[in-house]
Design a protein around this ligand. Structure first.
Ligand code: HEC
Length: 366
């Protein structure tokens, strides 16, 4: 057989396979071409036929704002369809974008909008950015798996008879490439009359696996704790984290973290945390309750004469409150209550201010 002839059966095989996939999944193929049709008819004038707006077109110039560029893979991946669906159905102003983005809720059916959004998602081309739908709410103790561009200011107040403490943490997180995120973090503590910086914590996060269809993301991360005062120790804080979309109204996240003291081994601990959020509405400016559970295992526990419980368990009821219309500025507030080993502390209160700066300036989008 000459190479040309041997190529034929292979080609036939692939063509049959292609037809078979089309046959197995006719709905999706239909949806795709329906989405493409709707996009070309209703959206392309502004967003461009391939998803990239033409800044030289008279129409785009007249808008005074550049329409979203769906051909940009990072931009395309960043938002989930849920937010986009709100914008397309109710218009840009619904999420405090420009009102030059019209509302299509009256002219297109929900199925048509879904098909268009599915089509738009393909305009970013092949890429490895995890999809924005996997960007779940930031929990208090559980590590978040999604790499994010954001500023987070956390406050923790520990209530203990006569020995109350404030801990402040400022965190800057920035994306690098498709799966990587860098973190710069600094902590500050106030206890009694003492007032000092705790640690400077540079770190990273790397997405090991992400699957939009399965609603699943899995990440490896770690921080180095650089002591900023005489009592603080050098620390290494590696972790594994996952996020999972359970249904339209529930999400789950979990993480396992080691806190390794580089000075005294038994000052370290292992920590497992998990959280379930009730995502009862697609509107970002809402209140989302959650329940979090933490199991901490200090390495010094579980042996010796005055052995205490090896596993310290606490529960953290909390709420995420979207402040801006876009939800890119939000607070998260919660309480931590120890379920055993209650002499550790009476209770702790947490409040975070989160600013997802890729979605707009702090004062934009309200
Ligand atoms: C008249 C012009 C125009 C048309 C037609 C139009 N858009 Fe837009 N669209 C815009 C502009 C302008 C923005 C950016 C608004 C901003 O950034 O403030 C935008 C933003 C968006 C966004 C939000 C992206 C983000 O920043 O998160 C989505 C999604 C979107 N358009 C989808 C569509 C779809 C789908 C259609 C067709 C069914 C469509 N648009 C038709 C002008 C248009």
């Amino acid at each position: 057989m000459n190479p040309q002839e041997s190529g034929k059966p292979v080609l036939t095989f692939f063509l049959s396979l292609l037809m078979l996939t089309a046959f197995i999944n006719p709905a999706r193929a239909d949806d795709h071409s329906r989405g493409a049709e709707i996009f070309q008819a209703n959206c392309a004038v502004c967003h461009g036929t391939n998803g990239e707006p033409d800044p030289d077109s008279e129409l785009v110039k007249g808008l005074g704002v550049v329409p979203a560029n769906f051909a940009d893979a990072l931009f395309n991946s960043r938002e989930g369809e849920t937010e986009w669906k709100l914008v397309v159905t109710h218009g840009g102003a619904a999420l405090a974008f420009s009102d030059k983005m019209p509302a299509f809720g009256e002219t297109l059916s929900e199925e048509d909008i879904d098909a268009t959004l599915e089509y738009i998602k393909t305009l970013g081309g092949e890429h490895d950015y995890p999809d924005g739908s996997l960007n779940l709410f930031l929990p208090i103790r559980t590590k978040k798996a999604f790499p994010e561009d954001e500023w987070v200011w956390k406050q923790r107040y520990t209530g203990e008879d006569g020995d109350n403490q404030w801990k402040n943490t400022l965190e800057y997180e920035f994306r690098v490439g498709e799966r990587l995120q860098g973190v710069l973090e600094v902590t500050h503590e106030t206890e009694g009359g003492d007032n000092e910086f705790g640690h400077f914590e540079p770190g990273f996060k790397y997405v090991l696996k992400h699957d939009k269809r399965a609603g699943f993301i899995y990440t490896l991360g770690g921080n180095l704790g650089v002591p900023l005062n005489g009592n603080a120790e050098w620390e290494l804080l590696p972790y594994l984290a996952f996020g999972k979309i359970l249904s339209d109204s529930w999400t789950m996240q979990g993480s396992g973290r080691l806190k390794l003291s580089l000075e005294e081994w038994d000052h370290g601990s292992a920590e497992f945390a998990g959280i379930v959020h009730w995502t009862h509405t697609p509107w970002p400016r809402s209140v989302f309750p959650a329940l979090e559970l933490v199991a901490e295992m200090p390495f010094e526990r579980g042996s010796g004469a005055d052995k205490k419980s090896a596993v310290q368990v606490s529960v953290l009821p909390q709420v995420r409150i979207g402040l801006s219309k876009r939800g890119h500025v939000a607070v998260n507030a919660g309480l931590e209550l120890p379920l055993n080993d209650t002499d550790r502390y009476d209770w702790r209160a947490y409040a975070y201010l989160i600013w997802d700066f890729a979605d707009g300036g702090f004062f934009e989008g309200w």
